[in-house]
Design a protein around this ligand. Structure first.
Ligand code: SAH
Ligand code: SF4
Length: 349
């Protein structure tokens, strides 16, 4: 697809044409990654963050959120629930910290989860920017996928979304380093950001291709009142939701064999959001398995869903929702990105 074709679809508001794009994206998904949905049980284990992204509810300067960090035992117990429930993989996510105690904590944690699940659980990390040495230590401990969103591929827009000491170039460098180490690399953007244009979003999709990305996790931008970005007007959640679905479909049409998540932010804006995401071309769901007592302190944006539903309840609810659209769940499978293996084999030849 050319950039013009992508922007035309992003700008299109003819419901019939949009439905046709979703149908086509679904067909491409079926042909390239199948109709199986893979789970990554996400544990949001700490909201302590040293950064100050202007859009995020757990940014350092938001003093109205009490901070927490789960203990290793609690995280491991939650991880083993995921293993028993047949969720093949985990995502460990938190605010960003680069201090030695945190690096050691995560290294030990990853190693313990790998050992106690006898290697069964695939581990994805989403812990922000780190030194290459740290990425390597966590890889050696057993993590094999890393999610680091670029947030937007427009460096000027990136600057407007972050304080002066957060660097777009550093983010790009991290993506390169993760790939060099051998991780399956995931990135993504927020959709519907203030000042973001259709052209920016089309460039985001071209960025995924140019960087040979394996996994995509993107979702609508959702305002959080205790952030500097809440003061910027023009927030339109319904628009951001539709654009979120369109971006999934266009990414599937353009990249074909990557893993694409139907993210929680879609569900925050529409109770059917994740199913609609799957029908627009996504193939990954990240059920929230964070213990309920911590969830209200990990709100990156408002109206985060399922704040009071525990992981066992979510399991049943989600299975029914996925069954209702005729898809199968890949229990006990890692569901790695087919693109990753193609990338690896082509780099060997
Ligand atoms: N600290 C790590 C991981 C946690 S944040 C990091 O920043 O990479 C994970 C993602 O949440 C971010 O990459 C961002 O895209 C998303 N996020 C934060 N605030 C958001 C908001 N208000 N609306 C939608 N997504 C948001
Ligand atoms: Fe911290 Fe990540 Fe939120 Fe930025 S987006 S403030 S790094 S948790």
């Amino acid at each position: 697809m050319t950039k013009e074709e992508i922007t035309d679809i992003l700008a299109c508001d003819d419901p019939q044409k949009i439905a046709e794009v979703y149908r086509h994206a679904y067909q491409v998904k079926q042909e390239n990654v199948g109709r199986k949905v893979y789970y990554r049980g996400i544990i949001e284990f700490s909201n302590i963050c040293t950064k100050n992204c202007f859009y995020c509810g757990i940014r350092k300067d938001n003093t109205s959120v009490p901070r927490f960090c789960m203990s290793e035992d609690e995280i491991v117990e939650t991880a083993l629930f995921a293993d028993e429930a047949g969720y093949g993989s985990l995502v460990l996510q938190s605010g960003e910290r680069g201090d030695p105690a945190f690096i050691d904590f995560v290294t030990h944690l990853v190693h313990t989860i790998k050992t106690k699940s006898i290697g069964r659980l695939g581990i994805t990390l989403s812990l922000g920017e780190q030194e290459k040495e740290t990425f390597q230590r966590w890889f050696d401990a057993g993590a094999h996928r890393y999610l680091l969103r670029i947030e937007t591929s427009n460096s000027t827009l990136y600057r407007r979304l972050h304080p002066q000491d957060h660097f777009y170039a550093r983010r790009l460098q991290c993506l390169d380093e993760l790939k060099e180490i051998g991780y399956q690399v995931g990135t993504g953007v927020m959709i519907g950001l203030p000042h973001q244009t259709f052209d920016d979003l089309a460039e985001d999709i071209l960025f995924y291709t140019a960087r040979d990305i394996d996994m995509i996790g993107m979702g609508p931008y959702i305002v959080h009142q205790n952030t500097p970005m809440a003061a910027v007007g023009g927030y339109d959640p319904a628009h951001n939701f539709q654009m979120g679905l369109k971006m999934i479909a266009l990414t599937r049409l353009h990249l074909k064999d990557v893993n694409i998540a139907a993210t929680t932010a879609l569900q925050a804006l529409d109770p059917q959001g994740r199913e609609l995401g799957l029908q627009a071309g996504a193939n990954i769901i990240m059920p929230n398995i964070t213990p309920v007592q911590y969830r209200d302190r990990y709100q990156l944006y408002e109206n985060k869903p399922c704040l009071d539903e525990n992981a066992a309840q979510c399991r049943g609810c989600l299975a029914a929702r996925i069954g209702s659209i005729g898809e199968e769940i890949g229990y006990h499978e890692w569901g790695d990105s087919p693109h990753f293996f193609k990338r690896k084999s082509s780099s060997l030849t």
